[in-house]
Ligand binder design. Structure first.
Ligand code: FES
Ligand SMILES: [Fe+2]
Length: 310
């Protein structure tokens, strides 16, 4: 199996409220460190954190309006990455270094940075629900004791739905490669567990849980869930961290509801209860390619998708 230490992809690096005009936020995406901030008009930006002069960490510098100043020799970079001031070498502007900037999009209440090489592909998007009519809330980052592949493949592991999450399939899962960087799986499940969150889920859904789970570029997993009378979504972004992975989740519910705050709390509780079960069993996992069992056919097709990502 041939998966990189870090996918060439969009990463959920922060919530929108964590990214400010007043400071540079450092985020480690595997070996790559980026700094994220906002320009004077509020637009989020990201750039590689290593100063191209001598490698100081720009997170130790300052955000000055629409430029970033390195803390070591005070070179100043505009938000396109051009060095616009070198206090110790004012006569050598043609030798000014350039810092690499990164494409950024904000959606679902999160800030996504493209940390790949080459042209960015489309950022994560809802495949069945309507973004305009969804309200979002964020959970805290959680460090999971395994590399990113076990976490991102988990949503496509049909066997573990039964054993870990106590769900049975009502329909055969249908997998589709939507485009070269987007994989989608649809199925309907029912609840067999008896924990409080299972009973609430059974009640809310009428025991008919229509799921569309998708992966965007290997770094984002998105579940869009239709419960009949209502719907919800959870987006999980992974950030590789050595042999571990930091997972961040955003939870979505219909925005037009009068009790949107309460619905967000319930969705967050249900999804957190669900995902907590994964965090426990994935600890210490080193991902091996699934064997040729028919029960792992979906998982194998998803791994093939991951392997062919740009
Ligand atoms: S290392 Fe940043 S200005 Fe010298
Ligand atoms: Fe799971």
């Amino acid at each position: 199996m041939n998966l990189p230490p870090r996918p060439n992809a969009w990463f959920l690096v922060a919530t929108a409220s964590e990214v400010r005009r007043s400071r540079l936020l450092p985020v480690d995406v595997g070996e790559l460190r980026v700094v994220v901030g906002r320009s004077s008009d509020g637009t989020a930006f990201a750039m590689d954190a290593r100063c191209p002069h001598m490698g100081a960490d720009l997170a130790a510098g300052r955000l000055e309006g629409d430029s970033v100043r390195c803390g070591l020799h005070h070179f100043r970079y505009d938000l396109q990455g051009r060095c616009v001031e070198m206090p110790g070498a004012p006569d050598e502007p043609d030798r000014a270094p350039r810092v690499r900037t990164r494409p950024v999009v904000e959606r679902f209440g999160g800030v996504f940075v493209f940390c790949g090489s080459g042209e960015p592909f489309a950022p994560p998007r809802l495949l069945v629900q309507d973004r305009e009519h969804t309200a979002w809330a964020a959970g805290p980052p959680v460090e999971v004791g395994c590399p990113w592949p076990p976490l991102i493949t988990n949503g496509f592991d049909m066997q573990h739905l039964r054993t870990v999450h106590r769900r049975e399939l009502r329909t055969e899962p249908v997998a589709t490669t939507v485009d070269p960087t987007t994989y989608q799986l649809k199925y309907v499940s029912r609840v067999t567990g008896r924990a409080l969150s299972d009973r609430v889920m059974r009640r809310l859904s009428g025991d008919h849980i229509d799921v569309c789970v998708s992966c965007h570029g290997g770094s984002v997993m998105l579940a869009e869930v239709d419960l009949g009378r209502t719907r919800s979504a959870v987006l999980m972004g992974v950030l590789p961290k050595g042999e571990h992975t930091v997972a961040r989740c955003l939870f979505g519910v219909p925005a037009e509801s009068r009790i949107v705050g309460a619905r967000l709390l319930v969705a967050r509780w249900l999804y957190t209860s669900f995902l907590r079960q994964d965090v426990q069993v994935l600890r210490g996992m080193r991902f091996d390619a699934p064997p040729a069992l028919q029960a792992d056919a979906v998982l194998r097709s998803f791994v093939t998708f991951l392997e062919q990502l740009p």
